[in-house]
Design a protein around this ligand. Structure first.
Ligand code: HEM
Length: 203
């Protein structure tokens, strides 16, 4: 089960890097973000790649919950605990985030572009939920990677110990989450959401 979890994790890791890079690119503006997403969609939103990605996520969530139940009593160190709890949050986030994207696409018939993703993040009081919801997902992603790095990497690169490297990965995630939230809210000034997306925020 550990091996299946590891392999599906690598596939998901590749997609999430592209996805977060797309959000980071949103710092240049919403139009630029959408333009890049349209290019990336050619690769990930075709029936083959998307089916593999969704299957990998399903495997990841189920195997992850099972591993959590087995390991929760034996996790002792900071990184062992971080691996478990960041995994639990990621499983929760995947279910709700993908559920929302597919409701948007199949039931609301919306183009699930950045406006769909950030409608809640740019509306009061919704952002009180969405800012920690997205922020914690990014931190959990980096937290999960940092704990795997701590356990797998034994050699010392650049004279920085593996545990220090793991902390660097974790703190990079925390910084990136603030940068992304800054970009996805137009420097905290708010992005104007087109009327067809108002249904997402209950207007
Ligand atoms: C930073 C805040 C985030 C926002 C605003 C956001 C928004 C979106 C949007 C709008 C889509 C639909 C993409 C499309 O239609 O092409 C999407 C898809 C997706 N997101 Fe996110 N996302 C965020 C963070 C994350 C994180 C942190 C993860 C993983 C840990 C993640 C995982 C996914 C996955 C797996 C998909 C499905 C791809 C597909 O099958 O089409 N997202 N997200």
């Amino acid at each position: 089960m550990k091996q299946i979890h590891y392999i599906s994790g690598i596939l998901i890791f590749l997609f999430i890097n592209l996805h977060l890079f797309n959000h980071l690119y949103g710092l240049f503006g919403v139009e630029e973000h959408i333009e890049l997403m349209n290019t990336l969609r050619v690769f990930y939103r075709n029936i083959i790649v998307e089916s593999i990605l969704l299957l990998a996520i399903l495997i990841q969530v189920i195997s992850g919950v099972k591993l959590f139940l087995i390991k929760k009593k034996v996790a002792k160190t900071f990184f062992e605990k971080l691996q478990l709890w960041s995994g639990v949050y990621l499983a929760f986030f995947f279910v709700f985030h993908l559920g929302a994207v597919f409701i948007g696409r199949l039931i609301l018939n919306l183009d699930t572009n950045v406006y769909f993703g950030v409608a809640g993040l740019n509306t009061f009081p919704h952002y009180l939920f969405f800012a920690p919801y997205y922020g914690l997902a990014i931190i959990s992603f980096f937290g999960h990677i940092s704990s795997i790095h701590r356990m797998k990497v034994k050699s010392i690169l650049l004279e920085v110990k593996p545990s220090q490297q793991a902390y660097i990965i974790l703190f990079s995630g925390i910084i990136l989450s603030f940068i992304l939230l800054y970009g996805l809210t137009n420097g905290f000034n708010g992005i104007e959401i087109p009327t067809e997306y108002h249904i997402v925020i209950g207007k």
